[in-house]
Design a protein around this ligand. Sequence first.
Ligand SMILES: [Zn+2]
Length: 405
Amino acid sequence: MAELTVRIGGDDIALLRRVLGAHGAGAGPAAPHRVVVDAHLAPRKAEIVQLAQVAGIPMLIDPQTYYLQDYQHPGDSWAALPYAEAAIATPADLLNPTRVDQVVATCVEFQLQHGASAILAPYVHIESATDGWLQVQLALWAATHRYLAAQQIHVPVIAVVAMGWRLLHRPTWPAVIEPLATGVEALGVQEIALAASKVDQGAHPAQRLADYLATMHRLARIAPVTAWQQGVLGDVSVAGGAAGYETGIGRRERCDLRVAMTNRRTAPDPNAPRGPRGVFIRQLNRSVPKRTVVAISTDRRLMARVICPDPGCCPMGRESLLGDARTHALISRKTSLLQQQRISRPSWGWNRLAAHADEALDLAARLAATRQRNPAITRIDIGALMATKAVADHHRQALRHRKAA
Ligand SMILES: [Zn+2]
């Protein structure tokens, strides 16, 4: 069954309590299949772990070891973790055997200590075949394998394969994907999390998405692959063979680890407002700022396409959508995932995605036209929709040809 893994923030605890039924009510329809938290939250927000454990839902701690590849402000919460370092590390630094072993041991123990139900092996973001980070990743996996064996730790292991979109392209596979696949195989994993940055961006997102799905297929020969940090590409990834996908709620729906790395360079400001959280629009398969939904409230035809069509999720329409956008996002994403996976014939699955993408592109165009009169409406990035449409069309045509042949 395809699974929805949801990244829980420090401000999602009350929500988690509600959807996981912490008071004996049992997990409700909005309960994710699995939760993941950023490592720096695990010690400070222990209730997230407790709630998941009581509800019997797997819980992961993302060590975010790719932050080692950039510098952080010394006061940064990630930099204070036992395996972290505020100073930037070079591949040479991390290829030092003592350092690799130290990062692996402290990173694995940290996750176990804070209640993770599986270990995410330490990982780095690879953007080139030749800059040394590929070798660092292989060294980290080899050291993880050694450490788990030596300590007789028998917890499931997940390998995060994190890379820039360029390396998804098939001609670069012999230099990057194949050595990584060998490394993952030697590590012995229960699952692979494929975190590819900027798949939905650029002039040719359809090509990037096709490359992403092809890479996923290659890695799925080793273990089931979860589309990591791919909220805007979740359903299409599952149609393409992913075992599920991971996303934040109303934010962190896209993977861009390079940008994430540079966000921690400045001093943390405890009084700074949290990043804005969007409202998930099922038809667009992404979240938009709340003010966009408010701005079109008077346009009844447009509003009818933006509000949630599921009376079981949003019985009061607009009020429910804006009143509890996070629960709506969880139910909506789960429902869509279930629908996608219930389709038994691949051609119907691609048809559904192509039809959805058509409707979504039309809605995005209408929102863009309305934006001319009402600047409160934000621009909708249509890269993921265009890519989904193109990939779905390609697959259903290929299936038709195969049938005809
Ligand atoms: Zn809803």
